[in-house]
Design a protein around this ligand. Structure first.
Ligand code: MG
Length: 263
């Protein structure tokens, strides 16, 4: 009798412990709002400019309308020969393409450009320039966001304004008329490479053209090429390049260029 009652007691105890454990687990499993709150680290305070095209407090100003001190000619790395006047800089086709002295990896970029109202030519020969998001060598080496008159100017659509040249057609044509200032706002994620030069992670780009999304986190297939299929070439950091295209149309102008490095 005694042994039966002690067995009963032991069983009761075990069932109590098991029930308590389940109850405890139940309490632990119940999610609270605080479980998913993150408090550290706190993002840095950046003061936006009163006018949103103006550089915010943490921007690197690459052209403020006064001089081209941040730029060199691509071909000889000498001071950039583009003409600064009236707060803008105008392409000098003899001087050729220019690139930043600074080198970048991942960044946000703001650029403004104007195709002259008197522009002539057609297709790729009408206001052709380009923002190379990474300039990886001489000439047109790198990754080009096309600049071109896109207003009633038919051309191949993967080479129109807002395209990633010969890689990605813009989602819409957001071009303004020649003679009007236009904006590009870009988020660039640089490609990364393994020690042997093979690709680790591809480049991505998001572009707003005159405030309208035209490239939405597009994954690049490599450098943008005039001829042939794109491929990647290892680099770590690179300048940003502005193209002096060899077309015969009037040179175009740029103003208000700034970048923010991304962690
Ligand atoms: Mg171009």
């Amino acid at each position: 009798m005694k042994s039966l009652s002690s067995k009963f007691l032991a069983l009761a105890f075990v069932s109590f412990v098991v029930t308590a454990a389940y109850a405890q687990q139940d309490v632990q499993a119940k999610p609270k709002p605080e479980d998913t709150e993150i408090w550290q680290p706190v993002p840095a305070v950046v003061t936006p400019a009163a006018e949103c095209n103006a550089p915010p407090s943490d921007a690197i100003v690459l052209f403020d309308g006064k001089n081209v001190d941040e730029w060199v000619n691509v071909k000889d790395k000498q001071p950039a020969l583009w003409d600064v006047h009236d707060g803008v800089m105008t392409v000098n086709k003899v001087g050729g393409s220019i690139e930043t002295k600074r080198r970048f990896k991942d960044y946000q970029l703001h650029v403004e450009y104007k195709i002259p109202a008197s522009i002539t030519g057609s297709g790729q020969g009408r206001g052709n320039s380009g923002v190379f998001l990474a300039s990886t060598g001489l000439g047109d080496d790198g990754y080009e966001l096309q600049v071109l008159d896109g207003y009633n100017n038919p051309t191949y659509v993967n080479g129109m304004a807002g395209s990633i040249y010969k890689e990605s057609i813009p989602l819409v044509n957001a071009s303004r008329k020649p003679g009007e200032w236009q904006t590009y706002d870009v988020a660039w994620t640089a490609p990364t490479f393994n020690d042997d030069g093979s690709l680790k992670t591809p480049a991505y780009v998001t572009v707003f053209f005159n405030g309208i999304l035209v490239q939405n986190h597009f994954e690049l297939k490599g450098q943008t090429l005039y001829i042939g299929k794109p491929f990647y070439k290892k680099y770590d950091t690179a300048p940003i390049k502005l193209q002096a295209h060899g077309d015969k149309s009037e040179p175009m102008s740029y103003r208000n260029i700034w970048a923010r490095e991304l962690p």
